[in-house]
Design a protein around this ligand. Structure first.
Ligand code: ATP
Length: 430
């Protein structure tokens, strides 16, 4: 895998069931064109004689079932054809899921609920995208449940979400994110607040089940759940919790036999646990690379993506006009807890925060929770379980004047006044 500098249209001829893998160099762009035959990128079909552009750092596989010719223009870090892919196994997995959907249709039952698990960098998100694409291409309406709080494919990092899939992912941009249901988690690893993580998993499961009750196509389509790469200790327990909350029927374990055996042991016998190999093409990503991807995701939220530019707004928000919370009080020894209170309660507690300089650069979720008057009984629970309607970034805090300046996708005023602090920071360089 030496460095290949492809400058002007290099042609690649692929036999059937092979894939062209390439990575785009930092600061570069690469154009891909299908010259003849049929090919797909993670389950989305390519159109012939259309130029697809991939930005810096993209790691792409163009697979062909029938054989094809492709052209690549621009600087790639690597570009090679591989004959050794697990795509046939993935296709068979899809076929089995489709069988379950057919049966659900016949028996007036619900379609497959699938959880995709495995350590980091085994291609979980890619397998989810593939299975969703294959399902939607057959006219199904599956739901993507995104529980990876580090690298969400649906919303900004630090969120957990669900997206109803109505068309295949765009080759360049992924799934169209029109009306996702998004919950605030607040950090990039579930370990920061595992109680909250499990709680929000349950919330998503509940909302999904409610949708299935009123929407037959959603019910038959089932869901594909993408999870975090943290598969030990509480991370593992979170997977078991998810399986039970969603009542999953199928668990796809990528690349880790140990995890496969543990889940087979711990999940009810009717859950089908399947071990699948990872693709040799999946590229390991460094910590820095992950951080960059997260940053990029937030930048896209405010400034748009490729052809579509957004123009975010900057305005002042008076402290007195908003209520700012952090979820989870710092944990204290059990012996110091007030009588009748458990550690769980502290992790799910809404802690009011008075803004200070240290809030600068933090991402805040704007909760959809109804703005109520002064705190009433039970109000906190409502906020935790409410989806978010958007995000802002604090760019400056003036404690003297009691105002903060925020970056917002929409002009003032804020649509709601309950704000939840993320651990995640974004430095706006524009
Ligand atoms: P994480 O645990 O960090 O969420 P993951 O297991 O979900 O990672 P993916 O995001 O699916 O892994 O894949 C990692 C990277 O590898 C992505 O950039 C993806 O585009 C790329 N990739 C996946 N499959 C292939 C392949 N067959 N050839 C080339 N690149 C690939």
């Amino acid at each position: 895998t030496g460095s290949v500098a492809v400058t002007s249209g290099t042609r690649f001829d692929l036999d059937k069931e092979t894939e062209l893998r390439f990575e785009v160099e930092a600061g570069e762009k690469v154009q891909l064109e299908l010259l003849s035959g049929l090919a797909e990128v993670f389950g989305s079909e390519l159109n012939r004689n259309k130029k697809y552009t991939f930005g810096p750092g993209s790691k792409i596989a163009v697979f062909t079932w029938q054989g094809c010719s492709l052209s690549l223009t621009g600087k790639t870090e690597v570009a090679y054809i591989s004959k050794d892919t697990p795509m046939l196994l993935y296709l068979n997995t899809h076929a089995a899921l489709e069988q379950m959907r057919r049966q659900a249709e016949r028996d007036n039952d619900r379609g497959p609920r699938v959880m995709v698990v495995g350590p980091t960098d085994v291609g979980k998100s890619t397998v989810c995208r593939l299975l969703l694409n294959y399902a939607v291409r057959l006219g199904r309406r599956p739901t993507l449940v995104e529980l990876d709080v580090g690298q969400s494919s649906v919303s900004v990092p630090g969120t957990m979400s669900a997206l109803y899939i109505e068309r295949p992912a765009d080759v360049e941009e992924g799934f169209s994110v029109q009306a996702p249901l998004v919950f605030h988690f607040g950090s990039t690893t579930p370990g920061t607040n595992i109680k909250l993580y499990n709680k929000l998993t349950s919330c998503l499961a509940e909302v999904f089940s409610q949708r299935c009750e009123v929407n037959r196509r959603a019910s038959v389509g089932g869901c594909i759940i993408n999870t975090c790469g943290w598969v030990k200790g509480s991370g593992y327990q979170a997977l078991v919790h998810c399986a039970s909350a969603f009542q999953v029927d199928v668990v796809l374990v990528l690349d880790q036999e140990r995890l496969y055996n543990e889940l087979k042991r711990d999940l009810p016998h009717f859950v089908r646990v399947v071990l699948l190999p990872k693709s040799g093409g999946v590229v390991e990503r460094s910590k820095d690379c992950r951080r960059e991807t997260r940053d990029e995701k937030i930048r896209e939220y405010f400034y748009g993506f490729r052809g579509v530019s957004f123009y975010p707004h900057a305005f002042d928000v008076r402290f007195s006009d908003v209520r700012i919370y952090k979820i989870g009080a710092p944990s204290i020894p059990d012996s110091c807890l007030p009588l009748g209170m458990s550690q769980d309660d502290t992790q799910l507690k809404l802690v009011p925060v008075s803004p200070g300089r240290d809030l600068t650069h933090h991402v805040l979720s704007v909760s959809c929770a109804e703005d109520e008057g002064e705190s009433g009984a039970g109000r906190g629970r409502g906020i935790l379980e409410s989806p978010v309607c958007g995000f802002i970034v604090v760019t400056a805090v003036d404690t003297q004047a009691q105002v903060m300046t925020v970056l917002s996708p929409a002009p003032r005023p804020l649509p709601r006044h309950t704000l939840l602090i993320m651990d995640i920071r974004f430095i706006d360089l524009k």
